[in-house]
Ligand binder design. Structure first.
Ligand code: ATP
Ligand code: MG
Length: 330
C-alpha cells in the first residue's frame, strides 16, 4: 500500500494549457506513482467567477476527460468532480469559522482577482482559499503540489489546521507542499512577462492541450519574440526564453544545446521546431482524449466511481471534525 496521500485539483475554467501541463499536470503523473492520490475538477472554485452554466458543465466534462487521458485514475488513484462530493462545501463552512478575516484579507490572489473582476467581488472569491483548505484536509493529504501562485493559500491552510488542532487536539493532518521535478512557469505567448493562463480572454496567448497541430503551429508562429533575432537565454529576452523553456521541457535539451541548434537561424525555423516538439509531446494525450470525450456514458460512469471513492474518504474526516466541534451526531 502507498504510504502517503496527495491531492490536487484543477479548475474547469477552460481546457488546460501547455503551461498547466508542463508546470503541473505532467508532474502529477509522477506524484501518482508514489502516492495515494485524489485528483479533481474543482467546479466549486470555478463559480467564484461568473460562469455560463452550459460552459461550466462542458468544461467540467472536458477537464475530467483530460485527467483520465493523463491516466491519473490508474494505480489505485481517484479522479473526481468536486461538487459531486458535498463534504467539500460542508467542511469549508466549518473552516470559515476558524479563519480570521484579517488573514484571509492578506491573500494576494484575492487582491489580483478582485482587480480583474471589479464588477463581481463576491464573498466566495474572498473565501476561496478556505474551500481550498477544506479540499486538502478532507483527504488527510500529506502533500499538495503547488505552483508559486498557490504558496500563500497552502500557508493559510496550514494555519487553519494548526488552529483547529490547537483547540481540539490532532483532528486534521498538516499538509506539506509537493514539488515536482521540473515545474516550469510558462508565459503567455503574446505577453511573455505574464504567465500563460487558461482563462486568458485571447486564445492566441496560450496553447490549449487539445489544439489541433495546425493551430499549435499557427499560435507558435505568432508568439511574441524579440528584436535582436537571436535564439539565446537572456534575462530580458522574455519571449525567446519562454519558447526555449517550452522546447527544453518537451525535448529534454539544455539551453546551451538549443542555442547551438539555432545558431545563425531565424525565429521562423525556431518557432516551427518548438511547435513540432509540442505537437509530439501532446499527441498521445490528445489521442486518448479525443476518444474519451465522445464516450459520455463511460465518462459519467467514471465520475460516479470517482465520487464514490472520494466521498468515502472525505466523509471520515468530515465526521471527525463535526464531532469535535460539537455538532449533535445521530
Ligand atoms: P486560471 O486562469 O483559470 O486561474 P490557470 O491556467 O492559472 O487558470 P489553475 O487552474 O489556476 O490554472 O492552475 C492549475 C495548475 O497549473 C496549478 O498547479 C498552477 O500552479 C499551474 N499553472 C498555472 N499556470 C501555469 C503556467 N503558466 N506555468 C506553469 N504552471 C502553471
Ligand atoms: Mg490560476
Amino acid at each position: 500500500m502507498k504510504e502517503k496521500t496527495a491531492l490536487s485539483l484543477i479548475t474547469p475554467s477552460n481546457i488546460p494549457t501547455l503551461g498547466n501541463y508542463l508546470g503541473a499536470l505532467r508532474n502529477w503523473k509522477q506524484m501518482a506513482e508514489d502516492n495515494r492520490c485524489f485528483f479533481g475538477a474543482s467546479d466549486l472554485h470555478a463559480i467564484t467567477v461568473r460562469q455560463d452554466p452550459k460552459d461550466l458543465r462542458r468544461n467540467t466534462a472536458e477537464i475530467f476527460a483530460v485527467l483520465l487521458a493523463l491516466e491519473l485514475d490508474k494505480g489505485g488513484n481517484t479522479v473526481f468532480v468536486q461538487s459531486h462530493v458535498p463534504q467539500h462545501a460542508q467542511l469549508a463552512w466549518a473552516l470559515n469559522c476558524f479563519t480570521q478575516f484579517g488573514e484571509a484579507s492578506r491573500m494576494t490572489q484575492f487582491k489580483d482577482k478582485s482587480a480583474s473582476h471589479a464588477d463581481n467581488i463576491n464573498v466566495g472569491l474572498f473565501s476561496y482559499p478556505v474551500l481550498m483548505a477544506a479540499d486538502i484536509v478532507l483527504y488527510d493529504a500529506d502533500y499538495v503540489p503547488i505552483g508559486e501562485d498557490q504558496k500563500q493559500h497552502l500557508e493559510l491552510a496550514r494555519n487553519i489546521v494548526d488552529r483547529i488542532n490547537g483547540i481540539y487536539g490532532d483532528v486534521l493532518k498538516v499538509p506539506e507542499p509537493w514539488f515536482g521535478k521540473t515545474g516550469k512557469r510558462i508565459m503567455s505567448l503574446l505577453e511573455p512577462t505574464k504567465k500563460m493562463s487558461k482563462s486568458d480572454p485571447n486564445p492566441k496567448a496560450y496553447i490549449s492541450l487539445m489544439d489541433e497541430p495546425n493551430v499549435i503551429l499557427k499560435k507558435m508562429k505568432s508568439a511574441v519574440t524579440d528584436m535582436n533575432g537571436r535564439v539565446f537565454y537572456g534575462e530580458d529576452n522574455h519571449g525567446v526564453k519562454n519558447l526555449m523553456d517550452i522546447y527544453s521541457c518537451c525535448t529534454g535539451l539544455a539551453y546551451d544545446d538549443i542555442e547551438k541548434e539555432f545558431e545563425g537561424k531565424g525565429y521562423g525555423d525556431f518557432k516551427a521546431k518548438v511547435a513540432e516538439a509540442v505537437i509530439e509531446e501532446l499527441r498521445p494525450l490528445k489521442e486518448r482524449y479525443d476518444k474519451l470525450i465522445n464516450e459520455k456514458a463511460y465518462l459519467e460512469e467514471c465520475m460516479k466511481k470517482g465520487a464514490g471513492e472520494a466521498s468515502a474518504a472525505a466523509e471520515k474526516t468530515y465526521r471527525r471534525v463535526m464531532e469535535k466541534v460539537g455538532f449533535y451526531q445521530l
